[in-house]
Design a protein. Structure first.
Length: 216
């Protein structure tokens, strides 16, 4: 049996590693998370788009480990807010004082709903976006990298429904299914979500992209 190629997923989240590990293993890849590489410090994400931030993370980790790296960046875009919170989704409400017992996710939702309070439901179109980037050490030209994207269209509800998921899931309604992202099981969410779409695109594009790179 051929030896598996070690590839780093730029995350400390073991769940994300498990999510990609099995399908990539069938393509000859052993996927590792950042816990295996303590030399990788904090990464400054100063890009202006999801794709730029994913490429920054992937290139930084590739440089630090000497291995091919995969990274993702994702967030919520709301049409009525001119695309906000966008790349700042995770820290959108950091300018607000937290209420007692309020999590960061709930503070972000509180700010989002305040900004949309006068916007009717039919104008609350929104989408989750996920970009995944793959980079090999030293090969950073656009034609040498692989970037894929997934988009999940929906609308923002005026209040939270559901207890699954995280982030903006309780107020993001999948208009096709008629439920929020927080009402879906993990498997149902992966079948519909922006991240699930990006993962499937990455897996489909991986063999051709990898074959285009020089073997080390």
């Amino acid at each position: 049996m051929a030896e598996l190629e070690r590839v780093v997923l730029a995350t400390h989240n073991a769940g994300k590693v498990r999510e990609l590990a099995e399908p990539l293993r069938s393509l000859g890849v052993e996927l590792l998370g950042l816990e295996a590489f303590p030399q990788v410090g904090e990464i400054v994400e100063d890009g202006t788009t999801f794709a730029e931030n994913a490429l920054i993370k992937a290139a930084t980790v590739a440089d630090a480990t000497g291995l091919i790296s995969i990274a993702d960046d994702s967030g919520l875009e709301v049409d009525a807010l001119d695309g906000r919170p966008g790349i700042y989704s995770a820290r959108y409400a950091d300018d607000l004082l937290p209420m007692e017992g309020e999590s960061r996710d709930m503070r972000n939702i509180r700010k989002l709903l305040m900004e949309l309070k006068d916007v009717p439901y039919e104008r609350r179109q929104a989408r989750f976006v996920c970009c995944m980037a793959c980079v090999s050490p030293g090969l950073y030209e656009p034609e040498e990298t692989l970037v894929v994207q997934g988009i999940w269209e929906g609308r923002i509800l005026p209040s939270c429904i559901g207890s699954n998921g995280f982030g903006y899931d309780p107020v993001f309604a999948d208009v096709v299914l008629g439920v929020t992202a927080a009402q879906l099981t993990r498997e149902e969410k992966m079948a519909r979500s922006h991240r699930g779409q990006a993962v499937q695109s990455l897996i489909a594009c991986w063999p051709e992209w990898r074959a285009s790179l020089p073997r080390k």
